[in-house]
Write a protein that binds this ligand. Structure first.
Ligand SMILES: *[C@@H]1O[C@H](CO)[C@@H](O)[C@H](O)[C@H]1NC(C)=O
Length: 733
């Protein structure tokens, strides 16, 4: 409130005594180095239009960070926004990891060295298409816990982690009043819709979370995105494709766009979404001309979901997001330069933008003019054409201006157009992948199919939910049982084999009968549930049924997403026997977590030499559940590298023991892949690519994971593929 009063009075007051009075009142604002009013963030006494971009430190490597940050700076950004990723920092309770890709302090210090600010979204719920929304899997098993509501055990754990991050930032002197780069933090994340659904406990939790955060005295403001009822002490903000009509919930808060989506994420089995640079620039200009003073590109660099960090519902390993900097750290043109030019136009207009409100006029159909004119003489104008199809001519201060469809011209001096959101002056980049080297010499090792008589297993009556058994230490869980078939019984009255039905909560399932693969099923993009329903060949006597249930990340979003189940929950039935239907659901089941190759650490040099591999003509081809390995030397030069996995099915990839991520090119993208289309005025222009093709063919290999010679590449293939077609490729634009 105080800062608002300062601003409102400033222009009017003439009397010296009142100015002295105001200086006294306003001094509290000046002393706090970061504050805000309704217009903007105020840093060291100056209102700022802040241009921000998301770069998530675990989605690239420390070796890539300086270059990404420099490109962000050259692109005209003031702020780097990142989430804090709880589950990589505390993989088991009280055991912390802040090294390598998880070195948060190093990342923030690099941003500071580049002269940029940081927006730290502590969460600790982050959504982010990240495994379990950023929560460690063990959190689900804290007694009595319920996530993201007024729940004692949850609040204790959440507060513990938030306090730990804040005290780490304080001891490293990273908050702005301490001389550091962090100018704002975030507590929770997009909680409003959940609160709306659960009601009173949600409201109480929101208040608690805000008070807890503010009580940590970081010296910089806290924000809550998509939280219309954020308390007075916290700024509510907008996420979306467009946010021009958003208003913060009290008049003393600046209008902030914390996630302006530059594209969208890719799912295995989904198309690759694109958002044109022109439409992003249009969304920014519309936001700024309507009092917006902070906007953040989500993502500015999307990067890669290395390892098993991609979330449930089949989020792909690439998190490129069609961001201005591509997954590999190269410029995505014309998006990068078109937005860089936009930022220049906005900065030229900044003096007018931060010191006045716009006067809006509508000179013609679908035409809009916003003029910012301050008492100091600064003037900036935005001329809009809201028609998505036709260009128009706008007359402004006796001059005529041509406006392409769906575009805004920026006039930082109210006279000369320096930028139009639809006029792109940069050539498109042409991303290319070029094979390097002469192919790879592969060796193979066939994963053993376990059975219920194995010793390293656990047994019980009935079916277990998958995550409660694996605790997400592996994607794989074996469910094994035996079926005794009386002589003559299994081969069926009408000559047909019996019908095995297995109902699973997801995400994929391989059915082995007596060690032979009998079928594979997988869930859909909207619903990961699946049913295996096929006739199976059984023999008289004991038959060994081994079902491998595979998760593809844990859910990251939805009310009480922690309660989503995975794995075979039943029923499991066998139909067509003389006795009728046999229900296998409640009988004895035996469990084994993970693959043999995982327990042998085949992805490492030591582990891979512990087994005998087949080579030459003995290499398994088109063989499910097979490990492949090869060694290669690092290609010369600095171009980013990738693996072309188009000939493979589904599995995981490692280089020198580090996980490149999950591959699944065999899940072919379906869905609506029409031309780019407007869903309507004020709605995003969407383009979808690669329908009828694999969602992701190329997998990023960070240069820094390679040594000069003898790099170990290991692939686990679930479905069966042809490894001789795997290529190391060079990425250029
Ligand atoms: C800008 O903010 C002022 C003050 O809150 C408000 O009166 C005005 O309507 C806003 N203008 C636009 C275009 O949103």
């Amino acid at each position: 409130m105080m800062s608002l009063m300062c601003k409102m009075n400033m222009g009017r007051v003439k009397m010296l005594s009142l100015i002295v009075f105001l200086l006294m009142v306003c001094s509290s604002v000046v002393n706090a180095t970061v504050s805000y009013d309704d217009k903007a963030f105020i840093i060291n006494g100056k209102r700022k239009i802040l241009i921000s971009g998301s770069i998530h430190y675990p989605r690239s490597t420390p070796e890539m960070w300086p270059d990404l940050i420099q490109k962000a700076k050259d692109g005209g950004l003031d702020v780097i926004q990142t989430y804090v990723f709880w589950n990589v920092h505390e993989p088991s309770p009280g055991k912390y990891d802040f090294g390598g890709r998880y070195d948060l302090v190093k990342f923030i210090k690099l941003v500071q060295q580049a002269g940029l600010y940081v927006h730290l979204r502590i969460g600790p719920y982050i959504c982010a298409e990240w495994n379990f929304g950023g929560f460690p899997a063990w959190l689900k098993y804290v007694p009595g816990i319920e996530f993201r509501t007024d729940n004692g055990p949850f609040k204790v754990k959440m507060q513990g982690f938030v306090e730990q991050i804040v005290s780490m930032m304080k001891s490293e002197k990273l908050f702005e009043p301490q001389g550091g780069p962090i100018i704002m933090s975030q507590i929770e994340n997009e909680y409003g819709p959940v609160e709306w659904e659960i009601g009173a406990p949600g409201k109480a939790y929101t208040k608690w979370a805000a008070n807890m955060a503010v009580g940590l005295n970081t010296g910089v403001p806290w924000i809550m995105c998509k939280q219309e009822d954020a308390p007075a002490s916290v700024i509510d903000t907008c996420n979306g494709f467009y946010c021009e009509n958003f208003r913060p919930n009290t008049p003393n808060k600046p209008k902030m766009f914390t996630e302006l989506w530059t594209g969208w994420y890719t799912q295995f089995g989904g198309p690759v979404p694109k958002r044109p640079a022109e439409d992003i620039a249009f969304a920014v200009a519309r936001f700024v001309q309507n009092n917006g003073s902070f906007f953040n590109y989500y993502m500015y660099h999307g990067g890669t979901n290395f390892g098993r960090t991609g979330s449930g519902l089949f989020v792909a390993t690439s998190y490129d997001y069609d961001a201005p900097i591509d997954e590999y750290g190269l410029l995505n043109e014309p998006k990068y330069s078109h937005l860089t030019n936009l930022h220049k136009a906005i900065k030229l207009s900044e003096p007018a933008l931060v010191s006045s409100y716009p006067t809006v006029t509508w000179p013609g159909k679908n035409q809009e003019i916003h003029v910012f004119s301050s008492r100091t003489g600064a003037c900036a104008a935005f001329l809009s054409n809201l028609d998505p199809h036709f260009s128009t001519k706008v007359t402004f201060r006796n001059m005529q201006y041509d406006l392409p469809p769906w575009s805004i011209s920026i006039l930082p001096d109210c006279k000369n157009v320096v930028y139009n959101t639809a006029r792109v002056s940069t050539k498109s980049s042409e991303p290319k992948f070029t094979p390097v080297g002469n192919g790879l010499a592969w060796q193979s090792f066939i994963e053993a199919i376990p059975s219920s008589s194995d010793t390293d297993t656990i047994s019980k009556d009935g079916l277990w939910e998958q995550i409660s058994v694996t605790r997400d230490t592996s994607d794989y869980l074996w469910y094994m049982t035996e079926i005794n078939i009386a002589p003559g019984e299994g081969f069926l009255k009408n000559g047909q084999s019996p019908l095995l039905t297995v109902m699973s909560a997801g995400h994929t399932l391989h059915v082995f009968i007596n060690g032979q693969l009998s079928g594979t099923v997988y869930g859909g993009l909207e619903n990961p549930r699946l049913t295996f329903n096929e006739n199976v060949k059984l023999r008289a006597g004991i038959n060994k049924i081994s079902l491998c249930s595979v998760t593809v990340g844990l859910a990251n979003v939805g009310t009480h997403f922690e309660k989503w189940n995975a794995g075979i929950l039943g029923p499991v039935t066998l139909k067509g026997l003389n006795e009728g239907t046999r229900d296998l659901t409640k009988q004895r089941w035996t469990y084994k977590v993970g693959l043999k190759g995982e327990s042998l650490n085949l992805e490492t040099t030591a582990g891979s030499s512990s087994v005998e591999w087949g080579a030459g003509s003995l290499i398994a081809q088109k063989q499910p559940f097979t490990w492949y390995k090869a060694t290669f030397d690092a290609p010369a030069g600095n171009d980013p590298l990738a693996l072309d996995m188009s000939a493979m099915g589904k599995g995981q990839i490692w280089i020198n023991g580090q996980s490149i991520g999950r591959h699944w090119p065999a899940y072919i993208a379906k869905g609506n892949c029409g031309e780019c289309s407007y869903a309507g005025t004020y709605t995003e222009k969407k383009c979808l690519h690669y329908c009828g093709k694999p969602s992701q063919t190329w997998y990023h290999v960070p240069r820094s994971w390679l040594k000069a010679r003898g790099n170990l590449l290991v692939v686990f293939e679930e479905w069966g593929g042809n490894p001789s077609w795997i290529n190391l490729v060079r990425r250029t634009v």
